[in-house]
Design a protein around this ligand. Structure first.
Ligand SMILES: [Zn+2]
Ligand SMILES: [Zn+2]
Ligand SMILES: [Zn+2]
Length: 83
């Protein structure tokens, strides 16, 4: 298992990444069901829990202009996601 933000190895029991301190599990923004580091889509309601950079697969915040990790421009990506 790896951190979805920095790709450092993480243990299933951890709630935050030891390397980048970001939370490893996040509730679904739509229904509030808990979603683990690998659950980009909510298992319960199929809502998008987190978006990933199309270039490096790091998690990116919705509508940011560039990926924090690889610097890829995300304008077209957000357009393709309907955001
Ligand atoms: Zn991390
Ligand atoms: Zn949900
Ligand atoms: Zn990236």
């Amino acid at each position: 298992m790896v951190c979805p933000y920095c790709f450092a190895p993480v243990q299933p029991a951890w709630t935050v990444c030891n390397t980048c301190s970001k939370p490893l599990s996040a509730p679904c923004p739509h229904c509030g069901a808990p979603a683990g580091p690998d659950d980009d889509i909510c298992a319960k309601c199929r809502a998008v829990v987190r978006y990933r950079c199309p270039a490096c697969a790091a998690v990116v915040a919705p509508s940011v202009k560039r990926c924090e990790r690889c610097g890829a421009k995300l304008k077209e990506f957000w357009k393709s996601q309907g955001l």
